[in-house]
Design a protein around this ligand. Structure first.
Ligand SMILES: C[S@@+](CC[C@H](N)C(=O)[O-])C[C@H]1O[C@@H](n2cnc3c(N)ncnc32)[C@H](O)[C@@H]1O
Length: 359
């Protein structure tokens, strides 16, 4: 059977697209305006094209329509996208009129032009929770005007086998369907969530026996054979480790990190450190027997459950369910941003598999 076609707007590194690829879809195009994210997208999505466009400017949507025409794709199957969410995000200033909150309109415009069989839009929880859910209401109303009934649902990543506490809202709308989309059921209960240790214990420690933190090489050997089913899955197509460069803390910071016990945060620090660090989730050491906290785009204030350093890009990617053969490009801060911004590929895959029943 012919593979279903997918276009990804605001594709970033392509976590969502990777989920669709793994579910057997044909991802034909990813659009973003960030060059390093596009390079990552291009190098990890087979034959898909990465296109640089500013989606504030709706005139640019014509380029997408032309691309599909030139490639003889007459009826697009699925349009997916994770428009930026800083305007809604609890981590940001939360201004509902922040112009970034209207970027989803590019998805509405393209849907109106192409009439795909299904649309999937991902965003932060604040979209349905903040200010009476005004963000979600806008999305639902605008898609309804063009004939798509968007069904929202909050998905909790650990329930789908991802070793990370991450909640996001997903909207799915179907064209010409009597049925509403039903999201895939949770696969795991809390007792069976994949833990940090199960996710990353085989990766090089980047710490000497004396406690010194190392940067490590561009390409490294695994420290251990796979220690869990999850590690076997992540390593399926890899024999070496990439994107695993340590951030070497200054001595004072390293000592401070060493004082935070597993699963605890800055509140566990002696008084002399307490005044220096006051944020809520800050300076938390992951718990080896639990999923990690939410991987974000750059506040690098979480620590490895065992080693006295922040997690590397590869460790964050593992916690986001990116397999080890998915390589990230750009400088280190670009890479952290790409990983933190992404939809966990395994979560994208669970939705993509379910969507096959409808299109
Ligand atoms: C939340 S991320 C999407 C992550 C992606 N869905 C994934 O799974 O990896 C949002 C993306 O929107 C892009 N973006 C922000 N403003 C944009 C604009 N005006 N035009 C195009 N892309 C934009 C950012 O560069 C970022 O990569």
């Amino acid at each position: 059977m012919k593979k279903k076609t997918v276009v990804d707007l605001f594709c970033g590194a392509g976590g969502l697209s990777k989920g669709f690829l793994d579910a057997g879809y044909n991802v034909v195009l990813g659009v973003d305006y960030d060059e390093s994210a596009l390079k990552t997208f291009q190098n990890n999505h087979g034959t898909a094209t990465a296109m640089k466009l500013d989606l504030y400017n709706h005139d640019n949507i014509t380029c997408i329509v032309d691309f599909l025409k030139d490639n003889n794709i007459e009826n697009l199957d699925v349009l997916v996208g994770g428009p930026p969410c800083q305007g809604f995000s609890y981590a940001g200033k939360m201004d509902i009129n922040d112009k970034r909150n209207f970027l989803y309109l590019a998805m509405v415009k393209l849907t109106e032009k192409l009439k795909p069989k299904a649309v999937l839009l991902e965003n932060v929880l604040a979209m349905i929770e903040a200010n009476g859910g005004v963000g979600a209401k806008r999305v639902i109303d605008d898609f309804e005007k063009i004939g798509y009934k968007m069904v929202p649902k909050v998905l909790f990543a650990p329930e789908y086998g991802i070793p990370q506490i991450r909640k996001r809202v997903f909207f799915v709308g179907l064209k010409d369907s009597e049925n509403e989309f039903e999201f895939p059921n949770a696969l795991l209960d809390q007792e069976h969530f994949v833990t940090c240790e199960e996710a990353i214990s085989d990766l090089p420690s980047l710490q000497t026996e004396e406690g010194e933190i190392l940067r490590g090489e561009t390409v490294q050997e695994y420290m251990l054979p796979p220690q869990s089913e999850y590690q076997r899955k992540m390593r399926k197509d890899s024999s070496q480790v990439y994107n695993h460069i340590g951030s070497v803390p200054i001595e004072k910071t390293r000592k401070m990190i060493a004082l935070v016990p597993e699963g605890k945060n800055y509140l566990a620090l002696p008084d002399e450190y307490r005044g220096l660090y006051k944020y809520h989730e800050a300076l938390t050491r992951y718990h080896s027997k639990k999923p990690s906290l939410t991987i974000n785009t750059g506040h690098r204030s979480h620590f490895h459950y065992k080693w006295n350093r922040i997690p590397t890009v590869r460790e964050c990617a593992r916690l986001q369910s990116f397999p080890d053969d998915f390589l990230f490009y750009g400088n280190q801060s670009d890479q952290f941003k790409q990983v933190g911004n992404a939809v966990p590929p395994m979560l994208g895959q669970a939705i993509a598999e379910q969507l096959k029943k409808y299109i």
